[in-house]
Design a protein around this ligand. Structure first.
Ligand code: NAD
Length: 511
C-alpha cells in the first residue's frame, strides 16, 4: 500500500482503485482495495499501539497535534494540490475548508480535549443514602475507532473526525472514500512526521466492502456519508452492539423573509449553494422567499450565479469560482433532478446542463416555479443547483422547510432577530443559522448533527470528543453509618426511620 511506515503494507490482492482528477478526467493514482484480512491486520496493529497512547498525558498527545497544525501550513501547497487534484474543486474551496478547517481543528482539540475529558464531579446530596460519599464520572478511551468518510471533503469529514478520536486516547483506522483517498494518505505522512506512535492512525483504502470489514473490527464507528449507506452502517453496528455515530445527507432550506437584507441574502444564496460545487451537506439546497421580495431576490441571485466562472482549477488561485462534480454518478443525479423539475413545470434561469468539454462539470443552475412534487425540492441534489420557491408567509416557509425526511441545517434571513430566533425554534433541524449559513461548522465548540434521516449524534463540542469514550462512574465512600445498623435486630427500626426521613424530604412531592 502506498507510503509510510505507519500504514501496514498489504498486498492489495483484491484489486486497485484508480483515482481520477474529475476536472480533467486524468488518472492520477491507484490505491489498493483492502479486504477483511488486511483490515484485521491493521486492527491488530492499532490495538497493540492504543494502551501506550492512552496512557500518555493528554498534553503530550496535544503536542503532536499542535505540530501537525504547523505541518499543515508548512506543507500547504502540497495539501492543497492533493485535495484539488483528487476533487477538481477550486483552490479557494480547498483552502477555506479542507486546509483551513483541518488546521483549526488540530489546534482546537489539542487545546480543549483536556477540559472536555477531565473527571466530572457529581453531587450526591440528592439521596441521603449516599451521605459521606464522593462520586465522579471518568471518560475512558473506547479503544479502536473506525472512521468512514465521503468524497466531498476528503479532509474535513474524514481526518477531521479522527482528530478528537485520537486526542481522546484511541487508535483510529480511517476508511476514506474510494473516490478521494489521497488526502487521507497524506495525513498518515503528516502524523508520522509529527511524532504520532506507529499504529495509532492508519488508513484503509478501499470501497464499501473495506468499510464493512472495518465495522467488523472496531469498538465504535463514526460514519459520514449518504443516508442509504448510513442505514447499512447502523445495522452492522447494531449486530456487533458497538456505538455508531452518523452524519448523513441533508436538504438544507433557506428562508428569506420580506424584511431581509436582500443583498446579503442573495449573495449568501449564490455563495453557499455553489461553494464546493454545491457538494456540501450543510449548503443551501433550496430557498423559500416571501412573495413581496421574491422577484427582486431571484434577480439578484441569478445575476450573481450567471457570472460565476467554472472550469479546471489548473490555473491556480483565483482562476475559477466553481469546480467539478467529484463523484461520477453525482452528475447524473444532479441532471435528473433538473430534468424532473423542468418536466413538472420549473424554469431554468441559468445553467441547467452538463458543461461541454473535458472534465466533469455541471453548470451553476437556478430553478424557479418549483414545488414539492419535484425531486429538486425534496431529495438531496448535492450539486451546483439552487431551486427557489415563492411563499406567502413565514408559516408557509416553515411548514415547507419541515416537509422533509432530512433535518441537517437551515437558515433564516430577516432583520427582525427576535422573529428569526422564534422561527429557528420551529424548524426541525439540527442546526439553524439566522442571517448566515454554514459558518456554524467553523465554531468547533458548537455541536453539529442531523435530525430525522440526517443522522444520529453530533460532532464538535463536548459530545464531539466524549462520544469516543466510555463513561465510568466511580463512587467512593469516605465515611458511612456502621453497617451493623442495617442488620438484624436493628433492621426494622432503621427501615422505619428511613421511611420517615424520606417522607420528611419528599412527602410533599418534588418541587
Ligand atoms: P456514501 O454513503 O456513498 O459513501 C460514504 C462512505 O461509505 C465511503 O467511504 C464508502 O466507501 C463507504 N461505504 C459504502 N458502503 C459501505 C458499507 N456497506 N459499509 C461501510 N462503509 C460503506 O456517501 P458519499 O457519496 O461518499 O458522500 C456523499 C454523502 O455524504 C451525501 O449524502 C452528503 O450529504 C453526505 N455528507 C454528510 C455530511 C454530514 O456531516 N452530515 C458531510 C459530508 C457529506
Amino acid at each position: 500500500m502506498a507510503s509510510s511506515g505507519q500504514t501496514v503494507v498489504v498486498n492489495g490482492e483484491h484489486g486497485t482503485i484508480g483515482v481520477e482528477n474529475p476536472a480533467t478526467g486524468e488518472l492520477i493514482s491507484t490505491v489498493p482495495v483492502l479486504d477483511a484480512a488486511d483490515v484485521a491486520a491493521l486492527a491488530a496493529r492499532a490495538r497493540a499501539a492504543q494502551p501506550a497512547w492512552a496512557a500518555r498525558d493528554i498534553e503530550a498527545r496535544a503536542a503532536i497535534f499542535r505540530r501537525a497544525q504547523k505541518w499543515m501550513f508548512d506543507n500547504s501547497e502540497r495539501v492543497l494540490a492533493t485535495v484539488v487534484s483528487e476533487t477538481g474543486k477550486t483552490y479557494e474551496d480547498a483552502n477555506l475548508t479542507d486546509l483551513g478547517y483541518t488546521a483549526v481543528a488540530l489546534g482546537f482539540w489539542a487545546k480543549r480535549a483536556g477540559r472536555y475529558l477531565r473527571d466530572e464531579r457529581v453531587p450526591v446530596r440528592d439521596n441521603p443514602l449516599n451521605l459521606g460519599k464522593r462520586a465522579f464520572i471518568r471518560h475512558v478511551p473506547i479503544g479502536l475507532v473506525g472512521v468512514i468518510g465521503p468524497w466531498n471533503y476528503p479532509l474535513v469529514n474524514s481526518f477531521g473526525d479522527c482528530i478528537p478520536a485520537m486526542m481522546a486516547g484511541n487508535s483510529v483506522i480511517l476508511k476514506p472514500s474510494e473516490v478521494t483517498p489521497l488526502s487521507s494518505l497524506l495525513m498518515v505522512e503528516m502524523m508520522e512526521a509529527c511524532g504520532l506512535p506507529d499504529g495509532v492512525f492508519q488508513v484503509a483504502t478501499g470501497d464499501g466492502s473495506t468499510g464493512a470489514a472495518l465495522i467488523g473490527e472496531v469498538d465504535s464507528i463514526m460514519f459520514t456519508g449518504s443516508t442509504r449507506t448510513g442505514r447499512k452502517v447502523a445495522v452492522a453496528a447494531a449486530e456487533r452492539l458497538i456505538p455508531c455515530h452518523l452524519e448523513l445527507g441533508g436538504k438544507d432550506p433557506m428562508i428569506v423573509l420580506a424584511d431581509a437584507d436582500l443583498d446579503r441574502a442573495a449573495n449568501a444564496a449564490a455563495f453557499y449553494s455553489m461553494l464546493n460545487g454545491g457538494q456540501i451537506c450543510i449548503s443551501i439546497e433550496r430557498a423559500y422567499v416571501e412573495a413581496p421580495v421574491y422577484d427582486q431576490f431571484v434577480g439578484k441571485v441569478t445575476d450573481q450565479i450567471r457570472k460565476l466562472r467554472q472550469g479546471p482549477p489548473g490555473g491556480g488561485v483565483g482562476t475559477v469560482d466553481v469546480g467539478a462534480v467529484i463523484f461520477p454518478p453525482q452528475a447524473e443525479i444532479v441532471d435528473s433532478h433538473v430534468r424532473d423539475a423542468v418536466a413538472k413545470g420549473a424554469r431554468v434561469l441559468t445553467g441547467g446542463q452538463r458543461r461541454p468539454g473535458a472534465g466533469r462539470f455541471y453548470e451553476p443552475t437556478v430553478l424557479v416555479d418549483v414545488d414539492h412534487t419535484m425531486a429538486a425540492m425534496t431529495e438531496e441534489t448535492f450539486g451546483p443547483t439552487l431551486p427557489i420557491m415563492k411563499v406567502h408567509s413565514a408559516d408557509e416557509a416553515v411548514a415547507l422547510a419541515n416537509d422533509s425526511i432530512y433535518g441537517l441545517q437551515a437558515s433564516i434571513w430577516t432583520k427582525d432577530l427576535q422573529r428569526g430566533e422564534a422561527l429557528a425554534r420551529r424548524l426541525q433541524s439540527g442546526v439553524v443559522t439566522v442571517n448566515d449559513a454554514l459558518l456554524n461548522y467553523t465554531q468547533l465548540n458548537l455541536p453539529m448533527g442531523g435530525w430525522k434521516q440526517s443522522g444520529l449524534g453530533t460532532r464538535h463540542g463536548a459530545d464531539g470528543i466524549r462520544k469516543y469514550t466510555k463513561t465510568q462512574s466511580v463512587m467512593v465512600t469516605r465515611f458511612a453509618l456502621k453497617k451493623e445498623l442495617f442488620m438484624f435486630p436493628y433492621k426494622g427500626w432503621v427501615s422505619r426511620s428511613l421511611l420517615g426521613f424520606y417522607r420528611l424530604l419528599y412527602g410533599r412531592g418534588e418541587r
